[in-house]
Design a protein around this ligand. Structure first.
Ligand code: SF4
Ligand code: SF4
Length: 417
């Protein structure tokens, strides 16, 4: 009960919130704790805060919200936790609770409710919003604006290509099956050629690829930002779009979207279609490796450049996929592959985090770039658009323009004979 006798809203799953035994084994893997050293910026501290809010021992004040806002949602803590704490679910439920009850500044409301929730998930709106930003970037006029605008412009890629994806793209090798393809929102506006290359790889692996026209945003931006109702609505749109025909798998090349698609069964508990959909979702790297693509496809000589790999948080921690992309990169690079120190520590992108929390995002970006420079690599490969944009901007700022940033699909297509 609250102090005025009204029942407190129960936003956390009680059993899941009690699974944390406060052992602290997750602390060393938490990027924000590594940076601030503050227990309240650690997974253990945040779970304590969430429970204190739920139990009415702590008001939902600015200080509490600040520690939850600063969480990247990277889920490195989940991968490190011996008790199997579902931190991502606790965080999403807490953020949903916060967004319904906490007063935010006009600027933060604009970022969260308008830009992130109403512009980014809609490709036509995103293209319109990017048009003046691209003009400013081309005119090199960013320095006339505040730092936030300068940092946002730095994230825009020099070249953007919109994906021209056919509804059905037939197999280019002995036919092995039929898969669906999720084109993504940011991916198809900024990395359209990467989407085309992803389909090319799947066709070369022997699969017809279906890209339903009526698919929509996966809902990740809404779920991570504390709008679970909108995330559920997005999930229902995609269940309908991919439900028209039998598919062997539903393939996605963006790690952040992939983890949300694999968790539609949690977003819509008890819905058999959501469970069936989630079970079919595969990251491009895991699907290609399960199809043996790394053994058969590369006849081009490995390019003589040193290559390293950055683990996107939502691939390594949320989906626990670390081997498959490395198998594919090594199939091309051979002895030219070099491991990246702290490869699975967040680069600061974290979906839209680099817009809502630019200071911490920049600290983590600087840390990531320092590690990339240590490898001596000329090329860094990853599997998430946000990470690629964040690392590109950081490398440019560090003057390391000679280091290429590539999505795994582009890296593989370039190496095909
Ligand atoms: S999700 Fe990432 S930033 Fe948040 S508590 Fe877990 S490890 Fe730390
Ligand atoms: S989240 Fe897991 S690893 Fe971290 S303190 Fe709780 S039980 Fe330990």
């Amino acid at each position: 009960m609250s102090s005025n006798g009204t029942p407190l809203p129960r936003f956390l799953d009680e059993a899941k919130s009690l699974a944390c035994i406060h052992c602290g084994l997750c602390l060393g893997s938490c990027p924000t704790y590594l940076e601030t050293g503050n227990e309240n910026d650690s997974p253990r501290g945040r779970i304590y805060l969430m429970r204190a809010v739920q139990e009415g021992r702590l008001p939902l004040g600015d200080a509490t919200v600040r520690h939850i806002d600063l969480c990247l949602g990277c889920r490195a803590c989940e991968a490190a936790c011996p008790s199997g704490v579902h931190y991502g679910e606790l965080l999403e439920a807490t953020r949903d609770h916060i967004e319904h009850r906490h007063h935010r500044s006009v600027f933060q409301n604009f970022l969260r409710r308008i830009l992130i929730e109403r512009v980014f998930p809609h490709p036509s709106r995103m293209k319109l919003a990017l048009w003046p930003a691209r003009l400013l970037k081309r005119a090199e006029a960013g320095h006339l604006f505040p730092k936030f605008i300068q940092d946002s412009l730095a994230l825009l890629p020099a070249e953007m290509s919109e994906g021209n994806l056919p509804e059905v793209s037939p197999a280019l090798a002995k036919r092995r099956g039929r898969v669906g393809f999720v084109r993504g929102c940011v991916m198809n506006v900024m990395f359209g050629s990467t989407n085309e290359n992803s389909i090319r790889l799947l066709n070369r692996a022997g699969y017809d690829v279906v890209t339903p026209r009526d698919q929509g945003c996966c809902g990740a931006l809404h779920a991570h930002g504390g709008n679970l109702a909108a995330a559920r609505e997005a999930a229902r749109v995609n269940l309908a779009a991919f439900g028209h025909e039998p598919l062997d798998a539903i393939v996605i090349n963006a790690a952040g979207c992939g983890s949300t698609l694999k968790e539609y069964n949690h977003l819509l508990p008890g819905d058999p279609k959501a469970a069936e959909f989630s079970a079919k979702v595969k990251d491009l790297s895991e699907f290609l490796v399960s199809a043996g693509f790394h053994n058969t496809a590369f006849t081009a000589r490995p390019p003589a450049i040193k290559v390293t790999f950055h683990d996107a948080c939502h691939l390594a921690h949320a989906q626990r996929i670390t081997h498959a992309p490395r198998i594919l990169v090594k199939a091309v690079a051979g002895a030219n592959f070099v491991e990246l120190p702290e490869s699975d520590v967040c680069c600061g992108s974290a979906g839209s985090y680099n817009l809502t929390e630019p200071a911490m995002a920049e600290r983590l970006q600087t840390r990531k770039i320092a590690n990339i420079l240590k490898t001596g690599a000329n090329c860094i490969v990853s599997t998430n658009p946000g990470c690629l944009l964040q690392m590109r901007a950081g490398l440019d700022r560090a003057g390391a323009t000679h280091i290429e940033t590539l999505h795994l699909a582009d890296y593989l297509v370039r190496a095909l004979a």
